[in-house]
Design a binder for this molecule. Structure first.
Ligand code: HEM
Length: 484
């Protein structure tokens, strides 16, 4: 074998017993320290290559993206429970290309700017919510914001802060997402190890009956949601969501209504937890690095004064822009990335990555590479600033221009423009409206946030919950924030 070497494993089982279900990104980083930036793992019937430094990930996943942009099979999660319709989980086939095209139409750099008004309004509403509910749990409020923004952007749905009917949608979509996440966990279903089980009749395979029924129910729900979103165009005068905008592109690229409905559902799933996780990490960074918060406030006061931020302010706010990038580096919301699959044999240096190997570009390890970043565990936005104070897209040479947190190659996150805009607006809004301060316990002692504890949901990962105080920076804040 010309696979790169890796940590020793057991006969037949390989490394399977050492691969943790939670905190995998930390384990990969630990293995990187003893095995170098490129190493292999094995599980029964499956080889895995981990690319844990920026150069190897750029060489293999970006520069050779044609043969490394596949996805491993997710028989239960994608094929049975989703009828092969999840764009994140299908191979890079014709359906995937069609679907990426309509996403590109709706979420490219220019189109994403069209959602700025929604992102600004919902960020303002988040601030009002925090003002009216001091001491509320932070993460649910952030999740409500990101879910509300993406629902409005996709389906022209009403704000979750103003309309109680939206909660029902969020609940249903969250249930679907949980079921998919569970099904995608390694060894959750035996059919992943023995694909032939997929062909058992329903009555002999309860997992199949559950998966097929789940698909029927989810399909009806997502198609209905999409149709509802498309019908908003009759109302006129309102911002138009992706559902309406995608109708034209759908015909152009030959995308079926069912495919577009599932694309929208996946966009919701991909865009909600990720953004909320990033903003929660920002709040923690502001507690741990008060000097960064101070510098951000200096820029905010100089550029915005009493005016609420908008996306249009970003070119004048290089420090805030750098804060967004540093947050995504420091605490990437998908720290292990998304597994790619080699669809051909790929030669890389002295190694060959055989066809069928899972290839992981380990985002956390790349972002926390000590030789590249010097002090990777420190939150230091300055690493994204040039000597003349402009924001750098990346401090790395020889790497694609986007933040590593958005993945690699042809699978690079298609929602990154939308997400970057959202993060800039929401983070700047919070820092403009509030001083983010440590909470105190009943004895008046400062409560430190848990710096390295995580809530790991398998794919997405966010800091463990912590309390903090949002202290308004102006007495007239309530007068300028949008109503809820
Ligand atoms: C901070 C926010 C976000 C982060 C950190 C993030 C990160 C990622 C990452 C790491 C991947 C996997 C890339 C790979 O396979 O190499 C991905 C894929 C994807 N993301 Fe995002 N994402 C974010 C927000 C969004 C948003 C807002 C949307 C939609 C509007 C979105 C839509 C998608 C889709 C559809 C894919 C699957 C692409 C494919 O398999 O071809 N993401 N994202």
């Amino acid at each position: 074998s010309r696979l790169p070497p890796g940590p020793p494993g057991l006969p037949l089982l390989g490394n399977v017993l050492d691969i943790p279900l939670k905190g995998l990104f930390l384990k990969l980083d630990e293995w990187k320290r003893t095995n170098g930036g490129v190493f292999s793992l094995s599980a029964p019937g499956q080889k895995i290559v981990v690319l844990a430094d920026a150069k190897s990930a750029a060489d293999v996943l970006d520069k050779m993206s044609a043969p490394t942009s596949g996805r491993p099979r997710y028989i239960m999660m994608n094929e049975i429970m989703a009828g092969n319709l999840t764009i994140t989980g299908i191979p890079a086939n014709e359906r995937w290309k069609r679907c990426r095209r309509i996403i590109h139409e709706g979420f490219n750099a220019r189109a994403s700017e069209g959602y700025a008004a929604i992102q600004e309004e919902e960020s303002g509403r988040l601030c009002r919510y925090l003002l009216q509910n001091p001491g509320c749990d932070l993460y649910p409020a952030l999740e409500r914001t990101s879910c509300g923004v993406i629902l409005r952007a996709l389906y022209d749905a009403p704000s979750l802060f103003t309309s109680p009917t939206g909660e029902e949608k969020v609940q249903k979509l969250a249930e679907q997402m949980d079921a998919f996440m569970k099904a995608a966990m390694p060894l959750a279903y035996m059919v992943e190890m023995f694909p032939v089980l997929k062909y058992l009749p329903r009555w002999m395979a309860p997992f199949k009956a559950y998966g097929e029924d789940f698909f029927k129910d989810s399909n009806a729900y997502l198609e209905n949601l999409y149709q509802e979103g498309c019908s908003t165009k009759q109302e006129g005068g309102k911002a138009k969501g992706f559902a309406v905008a995608s109708e034209e592109a759908r015909d152009h690229f030959g995308v079926t209504t069912q495919e577009a409905a599932w694309v929208s559902g996946v966009l919701y799933a991909a865009g909600s937890e990720t953004s909320a996780a990033a903003v929660q990490s920002l709040c923690m960074a502001m507690l741990l690095y008060p000097e960064v918060q101070k510098k951000a406030k200096a820029e905010i006061d100089a550029v915005l004064g009493p005016h609420a931020p908008t996306l249009a302010d970003r070119p004048n706010m290089p420090y805030m822009h750098a804060i967004v990038k540093e947050t995504l580096r420091w605490r990437p919301p998908l720290p292990t990335g998304f597994p790619h699959l080699a669809t051909e044999n790929v030669d890389y240096g002295d190694y060959t990555i055989p066809k069928g190997t899972i290839v992981i570009g380990s985002i956390w390890s790349i972002n926390h590479d000590a030789p590249t970043f010097g002090d990777p565990s420190v939150f230091r936005p300055e690493r994204f600033l040039s000597s003349d104070g402009k924001t750098l897209s990346t401090p790395l040479s020889n790497y694609h221009d986007d933040d590593i947190a958005y993945g690699h190659g042809r699978r690079l996150c298609p929602g990154r423009y939308f997400a970057n805009n959202m993060l800039f607006v929401e983070m700047t809004y919070l820092l403009w409206a509030f001083d983010i301060l440590h909470a105190k316990d009943e004895y008046g002692r400062t409560i430190d946030p848990p710096n390295c504890q995580f809530v790991d949901r398998g794919l997405t990962c966010r800091p463990a919950d912590f309390p903090c105080v949002f202290q308004p920076r102006q007495s007239t804040l309530a007068d300028v924030l949008p109503p809820i």
